[in-house]
Design a protein around this ligand. Structure first.
Ligand SMILES: C[S@@+](CC[C@H](N)C(=O)[O-])C[C@H]1O[C@@H](n2cnc3c(N)ncnc32)[C@H](O)[C@@H]1O
Length: 204
């Protein structure tokens, strides 16, 4: 891990993911989590304030980047529920099968290198009847925006920790074995359209 990824990128990601439109998206998804929750790519812990403590038993925060875990330290300390770090990537979830009631996936599927392996792992650890709650940016519906997403994607990934602008989120979830039960999408306001098309909902 280089100096940029370890010391600068966590601040960049925290700022980019902490804006008002993204925060509004978190509020639509995170309070729906219940029971034993696995958050994939917890980052700087921006979802922590939005968990409903009456519904959440505990949270596993899976986050492979030490720099991101460092950036999350204060929010983790202040978490009003038991939170356990898992310092591994989504492709290697170190939990038993059927251990999570809810999986929370926000703005991370864009970044996971082997998204299919990670989704297989999520399926393995999600209990029957459990829910995968997601809010993820990706492939835009407009051809002109999609062209720009495809053009900029290789450079964007280098600056943004491997984030892809153009992943087809519903198609990835379905290919990974999930059934989408509810989905909505919007261009988040006050954000560049290439990075702001968000899909949210739940799958099982
Ligand atoms: C754009 S950030 C989003 C962070 C957080 N989910 C949020 O909503 O603020 C993407 C996160 O995915 C993490 N990540 C990168 N590769 C990953 C992998 N293979 N598995 C799980 N998370 C990964 C990054 O370290 C980073 O914290």
């Amino acid at each position: 891990m280089g100096l940029y990824e370890d010391y600068i990128l966590p601040h960049v990601i925290h700022a980019a993911c902490g804006g008002a439109p993204v925060t509004k998206q978190r509020q639509k998804i995170v309070p729906r989590a219940e029971g034993r929750v696995l958050e994939i790519g917890m980052g700087s812990g921006l979802n922590i304030p939005f968990y409903d403590t009456d519904k959440v038993e505990m949270v596993w925060g899976l986050e492979p980047s030490e720099g991101m875990r460092r950036k999350a330290r204060n929010r983790v300390k202040a978490a009003p529920f038991s939170l356990q770090w898992l310092g591994l990537p989504g492709e290697q979830i170190p939990l038993d099968a059927n251990s999570a009631d809810t999986i929370v996936l926000t703005y991370t599927l864009c970044t996971i290198p082997d998204w299919n392996a990670a989704l297989q792992q999520m399926r393995r650890v999600l209990k029957p009847g459990g829910k995968l709650l997601f809010s993820e940016h990706g492939k835009a519906p407009d051809e002109a925006i999609r062209r720009w997403q495809n053009r900029i994607n290789p450079y964007w990934g280098k600056m943004a920790g491997g984030c892809h602008l153009n992943r087809d989120i519903p198609a990835l979830l379905t290919a990974g074995g999930f059934k989408i039960k509810e989905i909505e999408s919007i261009y988040m306001p006050s954000m560049p359209k290439i990075a702001g098309f968000t899909y949210w909902g739940y799958a099982d």
